[in-house]
Design a protein around this ligand. Structure first.
Ligand code: MN
Length: 231
């Protein structure tokens, strides 16, 4: 079975609640559309757990990108720019993740950053004859339409909020995270949002009252995390 989740944002319990419900088999795959880290404090731990899960496939989110561009080696990003990136990362709840990384052994930290550097921006898959494109925020090939608004194709792909497809005639379903669905449907704040050929599955796990959602593509079943007080 193919599962898709997104925007865990450091919430270990909600991630565990999803893993308990879907009970991954060796032949299953769990796609995670970025933003594993920041806001809640366990993002670094979850990221290292995902690195060790043989059937998890993580995509790049803007939070992983902020972390990478703040902490990467000097030859990739000059120091003044890294300092600026660190500030932006902290403004977006990255301090808790940075604290965790400070206490990691050097080689574990290097391994983590190397893993993040290689994360894909998108995945195309076919399930039961249907086409899906998975991204954190937007497909990178749409960058030229918005080039004036972003510094690079990666920045666009991990930050741009896309709620309508510019190519509705193409037959595939785009699955995104990044925008908490509460912004799109005040009446169902913690549920998956369904647009025309596009699904937003970020149900606000990074916020106190949100949930983590996980979609199974074969049959469209949706799993939602349950917080302990809900029983
Ligand atoms: Mn995001």
């Amino acid at each position: 079975m193919i599962y898709v989740t997104s925007d865990i944002h450091g919430n270990w319990q909600r991630f565990q609640s999803i893993l308990d419900q879907i009970d991954l088999a060796p032949e299953d795959t769990l796609y995670i559309l970025g933003d594993v880290i920041d806001r809640f404090p366990n993002g670094g731990r979850i990221l290292r757990r995902i690195m060790k899960m043989p059937n998890a496939r993580l995509l790049m989110g803007n939070h992983e990108w902020m972390m990478y561009t703040a902490l990467c080696p000097d030859q990739e990003v000059p120091e003044w720019e890294r300092e600026e990136n660190l500030e932006i990362w902290y403004q977006n709840g990255g301090g808790v993740t940075h604290n965790y990384l400070k206490h990691l052994r050097k080689d574990a930290r290097r391994e983590l950053l190397e893993y993040v550097r290689r994360l894909p921006l998108q995945v195309r898959i076919q399930v039961e004859g249907r086409e899906y494109r998975l991204v954190h925020a937007a497909p990178v090939e749409w960058y030229p339409r918005y080039a004036g608004e972003y510094g690079s194709p990666v920045e666009f792909a991990v930050w741009h909020r896309i709620l309508q497809r510019p190519d509705p005639e193409e037959k595939y379903t785009l699955i995104v995270g990044h925008t908490p669905t509460a912004y799109l449907q005040a009446d169902h704040p913690s549920r998956i949002w369904r647009g025309e050929g596009i699904l937003d599955i970020d149900c606000g796990c990074g916020t106190r009252y949100g949930r983590l959602a996980c979609l199974r593509l074969e049959d469209g079943e949706v799993f939602y995390s349950r917080d302990p007080e809900e029983g």
